[in-house]
Design a protein around this ligand. Sequence first.
Ligand SMILES: *Cc1c(COP(=O)(O)O)cnc(C)c1O
Length: 339
Amino acid sequence: MKDVDLRSDTVTWPTPAMRQAMAEAEVGDDVCGEDPTVNRLEEAAARLTGKEAALFVPSGTFANQCALLTHCRSGEEVLLAERSHIVQHEAGAAALLARAQLRPVSPGSAHLLPEDVAARIRPEGDVHYPRTGLVCVEQATGDGTVVPLAVLERVRLAAGPVPVHMDGARLFNAAAALRVEPAAVARTADSVMFCLSKGLCAPVGSLLCGSSSFISRARRNRKRMGGGMRQAGVLAAAGLVALREVLPGLKDDHAKAKRLAQRLRSVTGVEVLREPEINLLFCRLPRLDRSGETLAEALKAKGIRIYPDEAGVFRFVTHRWVTDEGLEAFASALAAELA
Ligand SMILES: *Cc1c(COP(=O)(O)O)cnc(C)c1O
């Protein structure tokens, strides 16, 4: 039996239909634009996000960094929330590749606040100032917050002539939670990226979407960054299945997170921090008398995988491959560890 793996939605594996589609994928040299399956995936991504064009890239980090490189000139400033993935989890890539200056703001907030944008767009003309090249928002955020569309619209307004890029690694989770079409979320930004390799269960890949001229410049940058892949249709085939077969079920992952929250509220020593909006559940374990690493080790021996806490906060992630039985096994094992 496979472990009950609640570490992340990146641990998901491809569905049988994906493996079959990968085996049968029609391919060509995508660097020359000749892979029909990649082309179909890019068209599908553009349609879903309501953008003119899209670009298949190896990862979410790649998509974000390609967006920064394409939107900004070196030395320009990027306004974004301090907690954002681009600041915290992309290994300093913005300094290396786009050579942009990240200006992290809204430290107390899960997401970028419109008022923090309005006050920080640099005026033109004074040579002392960097130019504001880009504003980045995240939807949903890494702490599972779904940003209200009205807030994203206010960020867009506050940015004025400065472009807005959306890190939508979990864009479809956000859209499902808001009960709107993904394009309604994506409309609040000039470019958006989403990941196929998280809750959507595809093995590899993200899509960067935007205007035709933006995507054609991004395509050159993808090549520069070493992300031009040849017979990538084998991967894109899985992505097409993900959009067709797995995307409609994301709301079930959210329901699983809510059921897990409900169950854990009945476990003595678990403090559920907030009702999950998507598939990410955050808890404290005030009765835990050992380190988070030790707890994770003990659960691993019982076939349950979790990550240790970050500053006292544990994150449990639901996805297509965790069942209700798996969640119950986790809840009972955790109760036993805390008893
Ligand atoms: C996972 C994630 C990414 C990037 O994903 P990789 O494919 O692992 O590079 C970017 N932004 C957010 C918010 C994410 O959760």
